[in-house]
Design a protein around this ligand. Sequence first.
Ligand SMILES: Cc1cc2nc3c(=O)[nH]c(=O)nc-3n(C[C@H](O)[C@H](O)[C@H](O)COP(=O)(O)O)c2cc1C
Length: 448
Amino acid sequence: MTRESHPTYLLDRTRLHDSHTLDVHRKNDGYRALETILKEGHSPEQVIDLIKNSGLRGRGGAGFPTGLKWSFMPDANKDRRARYLVVNADESEPGTCKDRVLMEEDPHGLIEGILIGCYAMRIRAAYIYVRGEYRFAYDRVAAAIEEARRANLLGKNILGSTFSCEIWMHKGAGAYICGEETGLMESLEGKRGHPRPKPPFPAGFGLWGQPTTVNNVETLFNVPFILDRGAEWYQSMGTENSPGNILIAISGHVERPGVFEVPLGISAREVLEDCAGGVWKGRRLKAWIPGGSSTGFLPASEIGLAMDHESLKNARSMLGTGAMIILDETACTVRSMEILSRFYEHESCGQCSQCREGTQWLTQILHRIENGQGRMEDLDLLSSLASGMAPGKTICALADAAAIPTHSLVRHFRDELEEHVRRGCCPVPSSPGPAAAPPRSPSVEVKA
Ligand SMILES: Cc1cc2nc3c(=O)[nH]c(=O)nc-3n(C[C@H](O)[C@H](O)[C@H](O)COP(=O)(O)O)c2cc1C
């Protein structure tokens, strides 16, 4: 869905009938940017400069500047190795479902973004790593690739130019860790999706040890629009440091969950009220998560925050993937965190003890607090465990993904944690009663 009061572009084509077809796409300016670059002979460096000047930041979670990332690829004249673009379509962060909309409804927009990225980085092969559950999205993109190939928009000598490029697709098997860029590349190589230590970074040692750039679907989707309309146009939306529009997927206790296109910097309250119709059944807002489960809980009092990288960082949270999750007054934040923690425990690849053990311990402690067996010391134990897991203490940021919401729970919802301990049960009426025992029996019993 799109809000009418702000200029939009990302979802505009998705509202058209048969938006996934090449015919409709081309009639609506699709592949125009690619055609212009190839026909007018823009250099790869010019394309990278334009993306740099636009200020586009990655939409995969970290918000890294895209043009800068592209410029890290080694000089193709000096480094003759094969090079790759890997498209991260794993979309595994809980709450996140915006890449799916783009792939299902406008797959050619993604293909054009990939081709422009490959042109800019002198890459001749791209891989799209799609999460296994996204069967329909996979089929739509696969069909679009075939259509593009038949129209000479893909393959050898694209549109009669000297630029040749192929796109291959790969289906993941449903693991959160395979969304982490190096775990993803391991998986793509046919191995277990175990993240690699960095450095070396993908630009020097990526897929099969070759120079590689990994980008999110929505990031690449922005690229043709920037090429077509210019950096200034892009900067006219959003904020100075977070320009452009973003797709916000909003879920949980709202009237109208969905994917909405909004300018970066819009207030979370506007997204909740104007896009999603407010809190479900007019209830009171209790907590909200701004950008996917790993960005942590914020209290209702902070719903006025702007949805951009700086504002949320200042609030000790993150924009992440822009997946807002809303919890109303009937939700229990301890129970919610226990569910999240169990997810992270299950998804930890197990390479780093801080993550492997830490996520188990968090789950155990949260489970006993939620079920009335917690102790007051457990609150500080949660914080100290989370501090032992992150930041920067493990190979990848999965441990951070569990630690950040834990810290936020203790910081903002300490009263609710204490009430659990004092009452010896969950004080929130609708919170499911004694939860089932954790599915895996943890190897360690945590003692305060
Ligand atoms: C545990 C974990 C899971 C991740 N899952 C995804 C994902 O599903 N999709 C995604 O684009 N990025 C994901 N990321 C971030 C990627 O590692 C990487 O930063 C991103 O794909 C880069 O793209 P961008 O620069 O276009 O944002 C994940 C990171 C971590 C630590």
